[in-house]
Design a protein around this ligand. Structure first.
Ligand code: CU
Length: 145
């Protein structure tokens, strides 16, 4: 038998199994969900704070997040939200917007993705690595809103 036919047949079976898994076997709460609701959120850096404001974000699964990012510092920051494929530079003294849909529920960390130094703010030493936060995505199934 032609080896290319065998390769194609194996690939076809693998893809078919994946489709069956996602359509029929995947638990309901693990399926990506889109609600069609838009939610506007603003995240700022402050000035020489090495902190995101706010550090905890609460959203509902399926919402389209329109996130306004305000960098008030005179140097660049960035925001990374790995769970939703966000890696966005926040240029100095500027406001930008990113949009994404939170298709899955859970707690997802976000962090500064651009090395931005360190310093003292209100007597406390803070660094780039302190710029972390948590995005809590409420499940459409297991939590009430
Ligand atoms: Cu940083």
């Amino acid at each position: 038998m032609n080896k290319y036919f065998i390769i194609l047949a194996v690939a076809g079976i693998a893809i078919g199994a994946g489709v069956v898994w996602r359509m029929f076997l995947l638990p309901e709460e693990a399926k990506p969900f889109v609600s069609g609701v838009e939610r506007k959120i603003t995240v700022t850096t402050g000035v020489n704070q090495w902190r995101f404001f706010p550090e905890v974000l609460e959203v509902n699964q399926g919402d389209k997040i329109i996130m306004t990012l305000v960098n008030e510092d005179s140097y660049d920051h960035g925001i990374g939200i790995d769970a939703f494929g966000i890696s966005q530079r926040m240029p100095a003294n500027s406001t930008i917007t990113v949009e994404f849909v939170v298709t899955k529920a859970g707690d997802f960390p976000f962090y500064c993705s651009v090395p931005c130094g360190e310093g003292y703010t209100e007597g406390e030493k803070r660094t780039h690595f302190d710029m972390i936060g948590n995005m809590h995505v409420r499940s459409i199934i297991s939590e009430t809103q």
